[in-house]
Design a protein around this ligand. Structure first.
Ligand SMILES: Cc1cc2nc3c(=O)[nH]c(=O)nc-3n(C[C@H](O)[C@H](O)[C@H](O)COP(=O)(O)OP(=O)(O)OC[C@H]3O[C@@H](n4cnc5c(N)ncnc54)[C@H](O)[C@@H]3O)c2cc1C
Length: 262
C-alpha cells in the first residue's frame, strides 16, 4: 500500500512559553523549539505498521519552509521511506483550504492508496484532512483510532461521543484523520536521525504542483484571523504561579480546602 502522511511542524508546547506577538495577530515565533505535530506522529507510526504488514511505502509530506525539513527527517528516522517538502513564497499565509489545495497537488503527483492527516494541528482547526478529501473526491473518515487493512478496503474505528466506538468499512483510495492513542509511536534516537541526515528530500513549489497561485497564500485566504488574544480570566479564577512543585503544592491546598481531597 502506498501511503502519504501529511505532517506539520508546530511549536513544541512542552518546550516553550507561548506568548502573543506585539501585533496581536499570532504567537511570538522567534526562538521557539519546534517539533512534529503530535497527531501526525501517530499517523506516521500507523502508516509504518500497515506497510510492515501488507507491504508498500510511506511518504511524509509537509507544507513549510527549509526548517520544516527537520520534521520530515525525524519521521524518516522513525521509518517513513520518503520525504517531500512543499515550499514556495506563494504558500505563505494560506488558510486551511490553501494548505489542502497545496497538498492536493502532491497527492495528484503520486499514486497513493491512503492519505493520512492528524485529526488536528496547532491552530486547532481540524479542517485540512476533510478539505483535502473533498477536493480529491475521496471518501473520508475522521478521528480514526483503529485501522485494519483489507483488500481494496480498510476497516476503520472512530472515536465518537461518550467514549463509544464506531466501526466502518471505507474504500481505497481514501483520506483518514488520525486520533492520538491509535498506537504508541516509537522512540526516535539521535542515531536514527543521523542515518537519514544526508538523504535527499525533493522540494516542490506551486509550479511543480500545478497549483494556481491565486488559490493559495494570504490573498486567497477566505478565513482571516482578525484577532488573537488571551481571554480575560473568569470571575473567581486564579492563575497559579511558581515552579511546578509550588503550583502542585498550591493546587493540593486548594483541593483540600474545597473538600476535593481528604
Ligand atoms: C503567518 C501565518 C498566517 C496565517 N494566516 C491565516 C489566515 O489568514 N487564515 C487562516 O485560516 N489560517 C491562517 N494561518 C493558519 C495556517 O494556515 C494553518 O496552518 C492552516 O489553516 C492549518 O490549520 P491547522 O493547524 O488548524 O490544521 P488542521 O486542519 O488542524 O490540521 C489537520 C492536519 O492537516 C495536516 N496539515 C495541516 N497543516 C499542514 C502543513 N502545513 N503541512 C502538511 N500537513 C498539514 C496535518 O496532518 C494536520 O494534523 C496562518 C498561519 C501563519 C503561521
Amino acid at each position: 500500500m502506498e501511503i502519504l502522511v501529511c505532517v506539520k511542524r508546530v511549536p513544541d508546547t512542552s518546550e516553550n512559553e507561548i506568548e502573543i506577538n506585539s501585533d496581536g495577530n499570532d504567537i511570538e515565533r522567534d526562538d521557539l523549539v519546534y517539533s512534529v505535530n503530535e497527531w501526525d506522529n501517530y499517523a506516521v507510526e500507523e502508516a509504518i505498521q500497515i506497510v510492515d504488514k501488507v507491504g508498500g511505502s510511506v511518504t511524509v509530506v509537509t507544507v513549510g519552509d527549509d526548517e520544516s525539513e527537520e520534521v520530515l527527517r525525524r519521521e524518516m528516522a522513525m521509518g517513513a521511506n520518503n520525504g517531500l517538502l512543499l515550499t514556495d513564497d506563494a504558500f505563505e499565509g494560506s488558510d486551511g483550504k490553501g494548505i489542502a489545495t497545496i497538498l492536493k497537488g502532491a497527492v495528484e503527483k503520486g499514486n497513493y492508496d491512503l492519505i493520512m492527516t492528524g485529526a488536528q494541528a496547532d491552530e486547532g482547526a481540524a479542517q485540512v484532512g476533510g478539505m483535502l478529501a473533498a477536493m480529491m473526491d475521496y471518501p473520508y473518515a475522521s478521528l480514526v483510532n483503529l485501522i485494519e487493512a483489507g483488500d481494496g478496503k480498510l476497516k476503520v474505528g472512530r472515536e465518537i461521543e461518550g467514549g463509544n466506538q464506531e466501526m466502518n468499512e471505507i474504500e481505497l483510495p481514501c483520506v483518514l484523520s488520525i486520533q492520538t492513542g491509535i498506537n504508541e509511536p516509537r522512540y526516535v534516537g539521535i542515531r536514527g536521525i543521523r542515518k537519514v541526515a544526508s538523504v535527499e528530500i525533493p522540494e516542490l513549489g506551486a509550479g511543480d504542483l500545478g497549483v494556481d497561485a491565486a488559490a493559495i497564500g494570504e490573498d486567497a485566504a477566505k478565513v482571516k484571523r482578525v484577532d488573537y488574544f488571551m481571554p480575560d480570566m473568569g470571575e473567581g479564577a486564579e492563575m497559579l504561579e511558581g515552579s511546578t512543585e509550588e503550583i502542585i503544592a498550591k493546587l493540593i491546598e486548594y483541593l483540600k480546602a474545597k473538600g476535593g481531597l481528604k
